[in-house]
Write a protein of this length. Sequence first.
Length: 423
Amino acid sequence: MGGVITVENWAEIRRLYLAERLPIKAIAKRLGLARNTVRNAVRSVQPPRYVRAGLGSIVDEAVPRIRDLLKEFPQMPATVIAERIGWDRSLTVLKERVRLLRPVYASQDPASRTTYDPGEVGQCDLWFPPAQIPLGYGQVGSGKTAPPVLVLTVGYSRFPATMIPTRNAEDLVLGQWAVLGQLGGVPRLLVWDGEGGVGRYGGPNPRLTPQFTALRGMLGTRFYVCKPNDPETKGLTERNNGFFETSFLPGRRFTDPADFNAQLAGFLDRANARKRRQLQGASANERVGADRAAMGPLPPIDTATIGWRNSLVLPRDYYVRLDTCDYSVNPSAIGQRVEVIAGLDTVRIRRGTAVVGEHARCWARQQTITDPEHRKSADVMRQAFQNRSPSGRGPAVTEVAERDLSTYDRAFGLAGDDDGQAA
């Protein structure tokens, strides 16, 4: 797409095409873009990699005062705003900024509904189970110190959940993809609270993190981030969290996060097969088919493009850091650029196309994970370095200079004359 459009425009194009089923011509007209630009965005499952930074605007400094006025008087005309803030420059540029900011303060909440059509809404939340979850290396999580469970509650049929390692944006995106994979489709709207790794409230245009902005475009859907202290907007999933605590946790013991997810999956299989009054006497399994039929399809996403990804030159100690843990790399890559790619379960390090390290993801904190083969290779390289000669060939040889003994006689005044008498 050649940097012509931003990631936000790319995401909106794909949402309109995949979720709203608008033709390319209509999208181009609505967004004021060329048809080829829209066509290229629809074909691309990856977000634009390079976006030219904006040069700023003369109205930027006045934005905080404009927001203060709109927050109190959402319908205040731009001409009155200009008078209140003492604006003496171009009124056109001020009107354009007010037009963009006004929906943030004058919009309606699109998720405040009590009934849901198939495929319409999926409510997302993080649940911190008050149970003992062994994380390895003697660490145990519980409650707020436990790994979070990402719960997705579909408005029409209800449904899945999975435990993820952290609340970082990379893990939240991977968890979002995992529960959508369990569901088998993409709702037209995904609702979150103001989770730091997801984004912040912004009315119909939430301020998503870069990771969720890219995911939004890949999925072709829309996200809504709730106002602070607004649990009613996602009351379905809040009630599901309480249901898990009263019906899933009691009497259970877990050996690790994988065991927790396995037991949770078995519980959900049984719970989703039960007929429920809230679903008009049907079960979630009986209604999920209608949900999937009305949802967007799951796109072909490589999780390596949405999870943890970092590039660095491997230092002498041949370890790379992911979150709070260090993972070893084959020391043959020291001084070369490597790429760290991680999902929920695996950490993989590549040098070009070659894999120079692969580990199971550690859910404990501040641990050092070492592959025994990497340590052996490091020992061999260290021994070879110590045995090297100055020329780089063969073992090092130390030469000791020899001094004539008469030098010591002269130094101590013992040098004699020709007949051997001391002077």
